[in-house]
Design a protein around this ligand. Structure first.
Ligand code: SF4
Ligand code: SF4
Length: 443
């Protein structure tokens, strides 16, 4: 039958391909130069790139028990966990759930003088990291991508609440250690808890493109959004006393340009695009879906821009024609809905995040260690999918609330595509089914 469509809305969304991120931080730095190169926002990284496994930025933001002052579900809506204005006021003076400056980390360098100038002795001199902030040689114990240097060993795992819980499944041997980078911006959620918790109505989600912004004139510095965002992507500007967050570079989007992080990304891994969704489906899906079904539930909110019923409904809803065209051409829509190779970050937070990730396709551990094979033969990969170097369970914990099946399916599709592209590049015979599905058979 005909597709049933409710209220059609357009959303600017992003997909990042994690296999391509080299952790260079160009995105973080260009974003900072553009948006937070001011006093009051020194510690703020609208864009951060965190090591996985690792503690993240700010530290332990995924440990939702720690931020239990955030939000909860009430009659299908996200509401601040603290009821009543009086309690909110009381919390304002001692909000225990706010990350501290220490959790946000500070830049550090190594004590090279000690390394180079130490007198000859029995032991190799070390270059301990020290703070750059106050000039004094203060030892630091945590900083940007600190987790890299721990190299996936037991110490590394001890610092990660998610890994700590599943360390039974994770191999602790250093030779089998794994690591990748996870770049993060605000998710510009379909069901944003930052908007729900703001007592001043300062946070809002734009009707035309879904970008979530803070109205600086209305913000009263309650900081409920800082606690309330499960991704910890709202920041408090201590100079202005107001909240600030990633703006999805809205002045650039309005001028038809990509965000600064997408344009400057060295790995060219950030896809920007427009997604059409049914706003009537969002509330119920967010409120009622079982945790493990939330990925599918969010997928079910997206609409196919090729469907004439959807296009008509979108026009009726006043979505401009070029936005509908953009949705049809959108790589984001294709990667999320058509090819199903992109997955949401922590859908179990129920805010319906709109920055999705293509999971890293890591080599197969067994074949790597036994034969030196890099696992690039898809048949071998499918057969050994349970022994990928990055455990499927770890990726599922990040992207699908623990459901391994969609992660496995995405990785298998990526492996098949990689092998297909290799054949294309070598001028070998192509897999006709893959060629057809990606529109390469006519070429
Ligand atoms: Fe709001 Fe956080 Fe979602 Fe961004 S990630 S829209 S700040 S709830
Ligand atoms: Fe990764 Fe691109 Fe950022 Fe470099 S610029 S850290 S490759 S997302």
């Amino acid at each position: 039958g005909e597709t049933k469509v409710g209220r059609v809305m357009a959303q600017v969304a992003m997909v990042m391909n994690l296999d391509k991120c080299i952790g260079c931080h160009t995105c973080s730095v260009t974003c900072k130069q553009t948006w937070t190169n001011r006093s009051g926002t020194e510690y703020v990284w609208f864009n951060n790139v965190e090591t996985r496994p690792g503690q993240g930025y700010p530290r332990s933001y995924e440990d939702q028990d720690r931020w239990k002052g955030g939000w909860r579900l009430k009659h299908g809506r996200l509401v601040p966990r603290s009821g009543g204005r009086a309690r909110r006021l009381a919390r304002l003076f001692a909000n225990p759930e706010l990350p501290s400056l220490d959790d946000y980390y500070q830049p550090w360098t190594y004590d090279y003088e000690n390394l180079i100038g130490a007198p000859l002795g029995d032991d190799v001199p070390t270059a301990p990291p020290r703070s750059l902030i106050d000039g004094r040689p203060t030892r630091v114990t945590w900083g940007p991508n600190w987790d890299d240097d721990l190299g996936g060993g037991p110490e590394h795992i001890a610092g990660d609440p998610v890994l700590r819980r599943m360390n039974e499944q994770v191999r602790l041997e250093y030779e089998q250690a794994f690591m990748f980078y996870l770049p993060r911006i605000c998710e510009h959620c379909l069901n944003p808890s930052c908007v729900a918790v703001c007592p001043s109505g300062a946070l809002y989600k734009r009707i035309e493109d879904g970008i979530v912004l803070v109205d600086q004139d209305r913000c009263r510095g309650w900081r409920m959004c800082v606690t309330g965002c499960p991704y910890k992507k709202v920041y408090f500007n201590h100079a202005t006393g107001k909240a600030e967050k990633c703006t999805m570079c809205y002045p650039r989007i309005e001028a038809g340009q990509p965000t600064v992080c997408s344009e400057t990304c060295v790995g060219r891994l950030r896809y920007l695009g427009v997604v059409l969704y049914d706003a009537d489906r969002v509330g119920e899906a967010a409120a009622t879906a079982d945790e493990r079904d939330l990925y599918e539930a969010q997928l079910g909110c997206f609409l196919d821009p090729e469907d004439p019923v959807v296009r008509r409904a979108a026009e009726d809803a006043g979505i401009p024609h070029d936005w509908i065209t953009a949705a049809r051409r959108s790589p984001v829509h294709a990667l999320i809905s058509r090819h199903r190779v992109a997955l949401p970050l922590h859908p179990e937070y129920r805010t319906m995040p709109m920055v999705w990730y293509v999971p890293p396709l890591s080599p197969v551990v067994e074949s790597l260690t036994a034969t030196g094979h890099d696992g690039e033969d898809p048949a071998k990969l499918f057969a050994a999918i349970d022994s990928l170097r990055i455990p499927l369970e770890y990726l599922a914990g990040l992207f699908t609330a623990g459901d391994v099946a969609p992660v496995e399916a995405a990785l298998c599709r990526l492996a098949a595509m990689r092998s297909h592209m290799r054949r294309v590049n070598l001028g070998e015979e192509q897999d006709p089914a893959i060629a057809r599905s990606v529109g390469m058979d006519a070429a």
